[in-house]
Design a protein around this ligand. Structure first.
Ligand code: ATP
Ligand code: MG
Length: 328
C-alpha cells in the first residue's frame, strides 16, 4: 500500500477537536488530533476504551459535528459541504458498525435494506437493475442471492456483518470507517470477516480506517497505525515498525499488555499504573504521564508535540533517551 507522501491524501484530519457537554467543563473526547490517510491505505486506530476512536470515526463521516479543526476529503473541506454535495459525499464515505444486528432494521428484508441505499443515491434504478445489483452485492460478501428475501434475524452474527458490509458497499464508497467490526462476532468467525474485508479492500481499491482493540488484527490488516490516548495522538507509525519497535511508552504498554504479544518482541511487561484519568480533567503536559513509567518532571510542564521521527514515524513524547524494547 502506498504511504508515499507525494500522493495527495484521500482524507486529511487537522487539529480535530470534539468536546461533549458544557463548554465550561467539557469531556475532551478528541483533542487536537491530526493524521492523514493515503488512497488505498488501511489506517489502524488503536487505544484503550474511551480514548476517542469512535468519536474520530464518526467525525470523519460527519455523523457528529466537530468542535474545531478540519477534515478534508480529496482536498475538499467536509465541514463546508451542505445539502446535495453532502449527500454525494456521504455515498463515498461509509461506515461498518460494531454490532451488525443493531444497525440492521429487523423489519426489513435484506433486499429492502440494500435497495433503500441504492434508491436514496439513485444507483441501479429500475426493478431489474436493482435486483441484479443486490445479487451482486450479496455475491461480493459471500452470500447466495436467495438470501435477499430473508430478514436479519434469520442470519448468524457473521452473516449479518456480511450484510452490513454489503450495505456499506452498495453505494460504491471509496472510504470506509470500520469501527470494531469484529468485536460482536464469535472468535471462530472473526477471521472470515477479516479475510472478507481484506479481499474487498483489494478488489475495490478501498481506503479504510480500521478501529480495533485487537492488535493482532490491526497488525495483519493495517498499513499504518495511529495510537490514541485520552483523545490525543501518542504515536503514528507504519505497522511493522510500530509492532517491532514502539517509540512511545504508551504504545509499549499497549503491546506488552496484549493477550498474545509478538513472541519475537522482547517487551518488558510494565503494567500501567492506575486508571485512565477523566477526559474532563486531563493531566497537564503529557496526558499519559500519570501512568507512564518513564515520566519526569518536564512531562508535566508542556504538552508534547507530535514530532516527526523520520521514516514515517511520529511520536508525542519528549524522551528520546529510553530504550523500550529492552531484552529481559
Ligand atoms: N455523546 C457523548 N456524550 C458525552 N460524552 C461522550 C459521548 N460520546 C463519547 N463520549 C465520551 O468521549 C470519550 C471518547 O469516547 P469514544 O466512544 O470515542 O471512545 P472509544 O475509543 O471509541 O472507546 P471504546 O473502545 O470503548 O469504543 C469517552 O470519554 C466517552 O465517554
Ligand atoms: Mg468506540
Amino acid at each position: 500500500m502506498s504511504t508515499d507522501t507525494l500522493v495527495a491524501p484521500l482524507v486529511e484530519v487537522r487539529n480535530l477537536q470534539k468536546f461533549f457537554g458544557p463548554s465550561a467543563k467539557p469531556v475532551r473526547a478528541v483533542d487536537d488530533v491530526s493524521f492523514s490517510i493515503q488512497p488505498g491505505e488501511t489506517l489502524g486506530l488503536v487505544g484503550e476504551s474511551g480514548s476517542g476512536k469512535s468519536t474520530i470515526g464518526r467525525a470523519l463521516l460527519r455523523l457528529t459535528d466537530s468542535t474545531a479543526g478540519t477534515i478534508t476529503y480529496r482536498g475538499e473541506d467536509l465541514g463546508a459541504a451542505t445539502g446535495s454535495r453532502m449527500r454525494t459525499l456521504r455515498s463515498k464515505l461509509q461506515m461498518i458498525f460494531q454490532d451488525p444486528y443493531a444497525s440492521l432494521n429487523p423489519r426489513m428484508r435484506v433486499r429492502d435494506i440494500l435497495g433503500e441505499a441504492l434508491r436514496v443515491h439513485g444507483l441501479a434504478p429500475g426493478k431489474e437493475a436493482t435486483a441484479a445489483r443486490i445479487a451482486e452485492l450479496l455475491r461480493l460478501v459471500g452470500l447466495p442471492p436467495e438470501h435477499a428475501a430473508r430478514y436479519p434475524h434469520e442470519f448468524s452474527g457473521g452473516q449479518r456483518q456480511r450484510i452490513g458490509v454489503a450495505r456499506a458497499l452498495s453505494v460504491q464508497p471509496e472510504f470506509i470507517v470500520a469501527d470494531e467490526p469484529l468485536s460482536a462476532l464469535d472468535v471462530s468467525i472473526q477471521s472470515q470477516v477479516v479475510n472478507l474485508l481484506c479481499d474487498l479492500r483489494d478488489q475495490l481499491s478501498l481506503t479504510m480506517l480500521f478501529i480495533s482493540h485487537d492488535l493482532d488484527v490491526v497488525e495483519y490488516l493495517c498499513d499504518r497505525v495511529v495510537v490514541l490516548y485520552l483523545g490525543r495522538v501518542m504515536e503514528i507509525a507504519p505497522t511493522e515498525e510500530l509492532f517491532s519497535r514502539p517509540l512511545h511508552p504508551y504504545t509499549h504498554a499497549l503491546l506488552a499488555a496484549s493477550p498474545k504479544p509478538d513472541p519475537t518482541l522482547k517487551l518488558v511487561h510494565v503494567p500501567l499504573k492506575g486508571d485512565m484519568p477523566s477526559p474532563v480533567n486531563p493531566p497537564t503536559g503529557c496526558v499519559f504521564r500519570t501512568r507512564c513509567p518513564h515520566a519526569i518532571d518536564a512531562c508535566a510542564q508542556t504538552r508534547p508535540e507530535v514530532r516527526d521521527m523520520g521514516a514515517g514515524r511520529f511520536k508525542a513524547c519528549i524522551r528520546d533517551d529510553i530504550e523500550l524494547t529492552a531484552m529481559p
